[in-house]
Design a protein around this ligand. Structure first.
Ligand SMILES: [Zn+2]
Length: 491
């Protein structure tokens, strides 16, 4: 007897990614797409999985990642596929691996060292060369990539401490145009960090000019997520308006005790502006952030864990306060001895995290840092934590809503056609999981651990994660941003 499908998933509780209530059915996959959804009990598949009522959902889309190099150096993408992620948005916070048309400085200019402290991976002279590498050596996950403003500054400017001059802006704009032609989906900034902090608003507007022609996006780690957060939101919206493109507010949060509770104000400000221009936002489900170590950031946090140190790697995973005590020096002096280094900073309020997660338009992004020796647990845990801890245990939202925030909503905002929803004809990116047990296992103390409750993860019809380990399949694609004409009207 002939098989009707390559893969047939039976007795699934289908959460389709649109936010609609779950329904029971079977899913038949042929090649890379979903061929049929419904009662397929009389049909057969070459491979069959009986879910016995467990959940079939679209594969999760990680709205905010730093996986640019990880996809090439660790193509199994275990931290992501183990929690059900099938597509990652990379090149965030101004930090992209490409283009680097001249040798990168040694030591690598922070925060570009989040991707590679040695600099060897900044080897792609053009964005096209980088995307070609992702296509010829695919990862287990799909990706859609942004070009980073900080990378462009390092690639074109000799003095990073000042605004770019007209020639440098022209050079950066040419690189943006090249990247968009090659298949980038937009530009990201990390205005919070040196050296991007030296860039005035006008510099960003000018380098974003090519985006409109390609329907690109502007994604930003804003200049200020603390006292001046409203000014920074307004700056981000202005850049979107003047460049004529949608804005994505990355990992929206409120930093510092003085700003605890202000998500009420920022979300209503965002909502008000959403009526005027296209704005999206994402969030990671934790009260601690993580980035490169600095004495200033450490001083304004209630607790600091060192996530890596190039100089003193043995301290990764330890609290900065303990390290300073062991060294018999001040916290500031300990920071100086550890640099270059990364850290996890506790400086957000739980009620803000919950309010932002609950907000209708908030997508889920991990912001995971895959090269850190002792990474923030968000790298391995974000998606499972939203489903388990925040969804099932705290009841922040129904499962259908949680899934929508990591699938259908994200695919729509980033223009990922036929992704993020389960329907006939869509790409077969799926996550099969147990709604009663799914949760993160990673903790601040033991941050490297696959989530629990995730059975099987499928990318473009190929099984990439099963029985708690990667299968070795690497069906990932580089995805383009495709926008309906009705969405274009909004800009
Ligand atoms: Zn960031």
């Amino acid at each position: 007897m002939q098989n009707n499908f390559d893969l047939l998933i039976r007795n699934a509780s289908i959460v389709d990614g649109t936010g609609a209530p779950r329904f029971t059915g079977d899913i038949g996959i042929r090649g890379e797409r979903i061929a049929s959804i419904g009662d397929l009990s009389k049909l057969r598949g070459a491979l069959e999985i009986d879910l016995a009522g467990r959940i079939a959902a679209p594969g999760f889309i990680d709205a905010h990642t730093h996986d640019d190099r990880y996809m090439l150096s660790n193509p199994d993408m275990a931290p992501k596929v183990s929690q059900g992620v099938t597509t990652v948005i990379g090149g965030n916070c101004g930090v992209s691996l490409a283009p680097m048309p001249r040798p990168i400085p040694d030591p690598v200019t922070p925060p570009l060292n989040l991707l590679d402290g040695e600099g060897e991976w900044f080897r792609f002279p053009s964005f096209a060369a980088y995307l070609d590498a992702l296509r010829t050596q695919p990862a287990a996950t799909n990706c859609a990539m942004l070009v980073g403003h900080t990378t462009l500054r390092v690639a074109t400017m000799d003095d990073l401490t000042r605004p770019a001059n007209a020639a440098e802006i022209g050079a950066m704009r040419t690189l943006v145009d090249d990247a968009m032609r090659a298949g980038a989906i937009g530009v990201s900034t990390g205005l919070f960090y040196e050296p991007a902090i030296a860039a005035p608003t006008e510099e960003i507007i000018e380098i974003c000019r090519p985006l409109k022609e390609f329907n690109g996006l502007y994604c930003t780690h804003m200049r200020d997520e603390a006292d001046r957060v409203i000014d920074s939101l307004e700056e981000s919206f202005r850049i979107g308006r003047e460049a004529g493109v949608p804005v994505v507010i990355s990992h929206h949060k409120l930093v510092g005790q003085a700003n605890y509770g202000r998500s009420e104000e920022t979300l209503s400000f965002i909502e008000k502006n959403m009526a005027r221009q296209p704005i999206c936002l994402d969030c990671y489900p934790y009260t601690a952030g993580s980035t490169i170590l600095s004495a200033d950031r450490a001083a304004t946090s209630t607790r600091v864990i060192v996530s890596w140190s190039k100089t003193l790697p043995e301290y990764a995973g330890q609290d900065l306060a303990d390290i300073a005590q062991k060294m018999g020096v001040s916290q500031d002096e300990a920071v100086q001895r550890l640099l270059p280094a990364g850290a996890i900073y506790f400086r957000m309020d739980e009620s803000d995290v919950q309010r932002i997660l609950r907000f209708d338009q908030t997508m889920i992004g991990s912001d995971g840092l895959p090269h850190d020796a002792a990474p923030h647990p968000r790298l391995w845990g974000s998606f499972a934590r939203v489903l388990g801890h925040y969804g099932r245990l705290l009841g922040l939202f129904p499962l259908e809503t949680a899934v929508h925030k990591m699938t259908g909503l994200t695919a729509k905002n980033f223009g990922l056609k036929d992704r993020g929803v389960l329907k006939e004809g869509a790409f077969a990116d799926l996550t099969l999981f147990d709604a009663d047990t799914v949760d993160e296992v990673a903790t601040y103390e033991k941050p490297i651990a696959p989530a629990r409750g995730i059975d099987t993860v499928i990318v473009n019809g190929a099984v990439v994660w099963r029985d708690g380990r990667p299968t070795g399949a690497r069906p990932g694609r580089v995805l383009a941003r495709e926008v309906d004409s009705s969405d274009k009207e909004m800009v």
